[in-house]
Design a protein around this ligand. Structure first.
Ligand SMILES: [Zn+2]
Ligand SMILES: [Zn+2]
Length: 260
């Protein structure tokens, strides 16, 4: 009699015929961890971002003067934290998620990002808000990696996910831009979804997520490069009435270069 599907014998057989490999290093995954796409060794190569840091943006503090990474953020954006530095090992995982057609990778990244702690005030309800893609990019990719990451985080943290934002225009991919042009690239690129869908309550410019008294909205994105995207997304939430916005990303670029 063949083993019934889902039984441990069936899973052992599947493992034998189609052994699960780590997507990053091709090492065989141990049987008990086969739902993961990244092996423990590769995860250990991800370097956690740790203090000392700028309390607001979570970047290493400058040697002189005030932090320039978060200097131009809207007042509502109080705090941003990232799980790991975006060096070669972490970058490969992000690329597999964004460009490798591997949406399942989001859960491995969410598991790492869930270790981040945000100073959410006592008694505040928290709602996770994914940073949206433009419609064209969403169509070609088939999913928004930040929304998947938010769902994985929401399941772990026990917070709801609300896709409050839309991108009002396609932005050029940020990777080749200088910090100054990144700011211009994303300025005004986000708006409240309800505003666009014509569902906004005319008496108050707030979405239902803001009607929860004392709520903190937590923006979720895959990577933090210069903070320009998070700043622009927070601006849209602030304009709609949000007073407390925080942000979490899986990866953080090592050197935002403000000299170029
Ligand atoms: Zn590996
Ligand atoms: Zn800062």
């Amino acid at each position: 009699m063949p083993p019934s599907p889902g039984s441990s014998a069936a899973r052992a057989l599947e493992q034998l015929l189609f052994p699960a490999e780590c997507l990053l290093c091709r090492a065989l995954l141990p049987f008990d961890r086969s739902p993961d796409l990244v092996c423990l060794l590769c995860r250990h190569r991800w370097r956690p971002v740790v203090p000392p840091w700028c309390e607001r943006c979570g970047h290493p503090e400058p040697l002189f003067g005030r932090c320039r990474v978060c200097a131009d953020w809207p007042a509502a954006l109080r705090c941003a934290r990232s799980a790991v530095w975006l060096d070669a090992a972490a970058r490969r995982a992000v690329h597999a998620l964004k460009y490798g057609g591997l949406p399942r990778m989001a859960d491995d990244l969410a598991a790492a990002a869930a270790r981040v702690t945000l100073p959410i005030p006592d008694g505040h309800a928290a709602v996770l808000v994914p940073v949206p893609l433009g419609p064209r990019r969403q169509r070609t990719r088939g999913y928004n990696q930040s929304a998947l990451l938010a769902r994985g985080l929401g399941a772990r943290w026990g917070h709801p996910v609300a896709e409050l934002l839309v991108r009002t225009r396609e932005t050029v991919t940020q990777t080749t831009l200088t910090p100054a042009s990144r700011l211009a690239n994303v300025a005004g690129a986000f708006a409240m979804r309800n505003g666009e869908c014509g569902m906004r309550n005319e008496l108050s410019a707030v979405d239902s997520a803001f009607r929860i008294p004392n709520s903190t909205l937590i923006l979720v994105d895959d990577v933090f490069t210069t903070g320009a995207t998070l700043g622009a997304a927070a601006q849209a939430l602030e304009a709609a009435g949000a007073r407390s916005v925080m942000a979490v990303t899986f990866g953080r670029a090592t050197i935002p270069d403000f000299t170029s």
